[in-house]
Design a protein around this ligand. Structure first.
Ligand code: ATP
Ligand code: MG
Length: 421
């Protein structure tokens, strides 16, 4: 579905609920985006209908009861595989004894529903039929002023759901806004309570924040409000100058690719000590519940930086396995960001980066040629399969890559000579 169709479907959902006698409005992030003149990535609808009533209006087959206890139902577009809209009943959230989720919710009015939302910019409604913004919380003013402000008493709102501390910084980074001073002091007061939030949720906020164009600002802000030592202690432990370098290296990175930015910044924590890479990656993985693929990529990108730095003077046989690795592009990009970002003035590093990019664009047959020898050749030479196999094949591979063994004939001669010795 394209953007217009998505908007059309979100309008239809509102119209159908209204036709059935309920109040219905667009709510939250989509209203904020519209207000800023951006196309919303998705639409949420808030309504006076209860989840059961929503399911009656759209039919059981087109609704998914994803969070009925919180009043949330997903409504699917009639065409399978097309868009969906989250429809949530107006509600007031009860106490938050676990620091993250409301203990109970009570269905209520639009005005009450606005008050349970996190920040004023996220607390508005929009009537898609009359094209009016309905703003009970001063969200429009704060968008104009570029402010992230908690709805209600900041101290209370940030302590009841600790994730909001990270959300405040994420939205500020995403929109280039400031965090309003009461809200910011409340974040600073409650920072240590972020440990009540699950690793998965911290990870998701960290990732989205790094994906913005202001990841550098976010690192400084996390540090200043006291959150950095809980979410990226490796960076919090750096001296001011190094941490500032780590932040600055992200300035040149642009939007997207959080993993790249995480590696660039973490490199400052491990650069003096390659043996630190494995423990850092292990700790990240268990804290943030990273997928294996992600932590492998981070580990690889950090581990090979020193080798990449000196790659132009190293033997091809030591550089090639790095460039043939599936994470090679990522690792070279991290190297590029470090070389171009912080170490400006280091012409030779930039040259090395260009050289690496050139090597990566070699045809696969050149970058990673088929090995000249395999295990069968060793057996044919009379060697019984044993652990030495890998070593001999490794030696042959290095000689091949370094251009000493040019073809299979030469490799077989080399093997014969080696085995008989
Ligand atoms: P994004 O563009 O990142 O999706 P969003 O504003 O849509 O931004 P969501 O996490 O999708 O953010 O949440 C939708 C809406 O639900 C928010 O705009 C806000 O009104 C409300 N909301 C989400 N999380 C919280 C929270 N932790 N506390 C209070 N309100 C929240
Ligand atoms: Mg959203």
């Amino acid at each position: 579905m394209n953007k217009d169709e998505e908007r059309g479907f979100a309008l239809e959902v509102v119209q159908q609920l209204r036709a059935a006698g309920y109040e219905a409005l667009w709510a939250g992030g989509c209203v904020r985006d519209l207000c800023m003149g951006k196309a919303p990535s998705d639409y949420d609808v808030a309504t006076s209908a209860t989840p059961q009533q929503v399911r009656v209006v759209f039919g059981k087959r087109r609704t998914l009861p994803v969070g009925v206890a919180f009043g949330v139902v997903i409504v699917l577009a009639p065409r399978p595989g097309a868009s969906q809209v989250e429809v949530a009943t107006f509600r007031t959230d009860g106490g938050y004894s676990d620091g993250r989720h409301p203990d109970a919710v009570v269905f209520s009015t639009a005005q009450e529903d606005a008050k349970r939302r996190d920040f004023t910019i996220n607390g508005m409604f929009y009537d898609p039929e009359s094209n009016e913004i309905i703003d009970y919380v001063g969200g429009e003013d704060d968008i104009r002023a570029g402010l992230i402000r908690a709805i209600g008493k900041a101290d209370h709102r940030l302590s009841e759901d600790k994730l909001r501390m990270l959300r405040a910084i994420r939205f500020a980074a995403k929109f280039g806004f400031r965090i309003e001073s009461d809200t910011r002091s409340a974040v600073a007061r409650h920072a240590s309570e972020i440990t009540l939030v699950s690793g998965e949720r911290i990870y998701s906020e960290l990732r989205k924040t790094l994906e913005t164009t202001r990841a550098d600002w976010a690192i400084r802000e996390w540090y200043e409000v006291g959150l950095l030592k809980y979410i990226l202690p490796e960076l919090a432990a750096l001296g001011d100058t190094e941490r500032e370098r780590a932040a600055r290296a992200l300035t040149a990175c642009g939007p997207g690719d959080w993993l790249h930015k995480l590696c660039v910044s973490l490199w400052f924590a491990v650069k003096e000590d390659p043996t630190a890479v494995a423990p850092v990656v292990l700790s990240l993985r268990s804290r943030l519940k990273l997928a294996n693929e992600e932590s492998d990529a981070i580990g690889f990108c950090l581990q090979v930086q020193n080798l990449l730095r000196h790659s132009e003077t190293k033997r091809w046989s030591s550089v090639q396995p790095v460039l043939a690795n599936k994470h090679a592009r990522q690792a070279v990009a991290v190297f590029g960001a470090i070389a171009n970002g912080i170490e400006s003035g280091h012409e030779s590093l930039r040259h090395t980066h260009e050289w690496l990019v050139g090597q990566l664009s070699l045809p696969q047959k050149k970058l990673n040629p088929e090995p000249l020898l395999n295990g069968a050749d060793l057996i044919a030479c009379g060697l019984p399969p044993n652990p030495q196999f890998q070593q001999i094949l490794g030696q042959a591979r290095a000689l091949q890559l370094d251009g000493i063994l040019l073809d299979r004939r030469a490799a077989l001669d080399w093997l014969a000579g080696n085995v008989s010795r």
